[in-house]
Write a protein of this length. Structure first.
Length: 387
């Protein structure tokens, strides 16, 4: 209910307005200064207009953060229905993820950035959604430039009313003796009444508004952080790492080596079968032709035998080639083992970097809290000094 606190501003405003009218005698019918009443009503009217402008900005901010909360719940539900599968594929082409104009424009800019990183194998790089949907966006939607100065403006109005009332009282105060001075005490007190009243409700409204404003912005930042954490967990696209590229290269090399080995084994078997068949054919041919034609065909048989020997030499060369390719496969396997070790070291290094990132985030949060505390203490000291 922190985001609805600004409704309380109007309740307090109505109470103070009625109280000012009461002490000026509107309800009691007592005599009162019309000038004092008009000044107080004028100051309260200005404060009322400022409260309305702030309420409009707070309403815009609430609609934005409510949509962030709804989107967080929707992502959690879709992630469970998808059995833990990343949801980015469902959002990467959607232009109407958000209804709010500012959120929709920011998310579409993020989609365009990620589309520029898209390749056939995935995303060569990634960026955080916080670069586009962040606290600066909420500050702009919630008119932080206006609301951050409201506390000082209300205090300044109170001080202005103080000087105005004193000027009115002192301006009507004149005289040289005790009798004339006593006649002017009434206007002086009337002016001091204006000064006192405007100072009181100016500072009072300043304190109330400062509390409401800080509570609403803190609630908005918390909802934004929940949404960003949910998006990082459920839908943030993952870039292809160097380890994945190395692993793909190793798989490719291993497949190529296996294909070459299978081809060489096939050539080896075919060469051996061809040599054996050729020798058998030559022997039969020599025997048959030797019986039929005699010695001349014996020479032909010798020539064919030499051809068989040459074929055998070719087979031995193929075997040597097979051995060389086998050695190449072994070298590739060793290279693959070395790359796997490098990948393991990179994974370990990545884990260490994540740990350092978490420590740095904790340190930044602590530093941010300390700075916020110092700023709040400074604001309180300034308020006390102005009092």
């Amino acid at each position: 209910m922190k985001n609805k606190l600004y409704y309380g501003l109007f309740v307090v405003y109505a109470f103070v307005f009625v109280f000012i009218l009461y002490i000026n005698g509107i309800f009691t019918g007592t005599d009162t200064s019309m000038v004092n009443l008009l000044i107080n009503v004028g100051f309260l009217a200005i404060i009322g207009v400022l409260f309305v402008v702030s309420a409009v900005s707070f309403g815009r901010l609430n609609r934005c953060t409510d949509e962030l909360v709804a989107m967080t719940g929707q992502m959690q539900k879709e992630y469970k229905e998808a059995n833990g599968k990343n949801l980015w594929t469902a959002y990467q082409d959607r232009k109407d993820v958000f209804v709010n104009e500012e959120l929709r424009v920011a998310f579409n800019k993020y989609r365009m950035r990620m589309n520029n990183y898209r390749t056939k194998r995935g995303y060569r790089n990634t960026c955080d959604l916080e670069e586009f949907i962040n606290e600066d966006l909420l500050d702009r939607i919630g008119m932080n430039y206006f609301n951050s100065g409201m506390s000082g403006t209300l205090t300044g109005l109170g001080i202005l009313g103080t000087f105005l009332g004193l000027s009115m009282g002192l301006g009507s105060f004149n005289g040289n003796d005790i009798f004339t001075i006593s006649d002017n005490v009434g206007p002086l007190l009337s002016g001091m009444k204006v000064a006192f009243h405007t100072s009181v409700y100016g500072i009072f409204f300043s304190l109330i508004f400062n509390y409401v404003y800080r509570s609403i912005m803190a609630d908005a930042y918390e909802k934004l952080e929940h949404f960003l954490n949910a998006f990082r967990q459920f839908a943030m696209p993952v870039a292809a790492t160097e380890d994945e590229n190395s692993a793909a290269m190793l798989v490719y090399q291993a497949n190529m080596a296996n294909s070459m080995k299978q081809m060489l084994d096939l050539l080896k078997r075919e060469a051996a079968e061809q040599t054996e068949g050729l020798e058998h054919i030559v022997n039969q041919f020599v025997e048959q032709m030797g019986d039929a034609l005699g010695v001349q065909l014996g020479k032909l048989g010798t020539a064919l035998k030499n051809t068989g020997d040459a074929q055998l030499v070719y087979t031995n060369n193929c075997r040597d080639l097979i051995d060389e390719v086998t050695a190449l496969v072994e070298v590739n396997k060793k290279l693959q083992d070395s790359l796997e070790k490098v990948m393991e070291r990179q994974v370990h290094f990545s884990q260490e970097l994540n740990e350092q990132k978490d420590k740095l985030a904790v340190t930044c949060d602590e530093l941010s809290d300390e700075i916020s505390n110092q700023l709040y203490a400074f604001d309180q000291m300034r308020s006390l000094y102005e009092k």
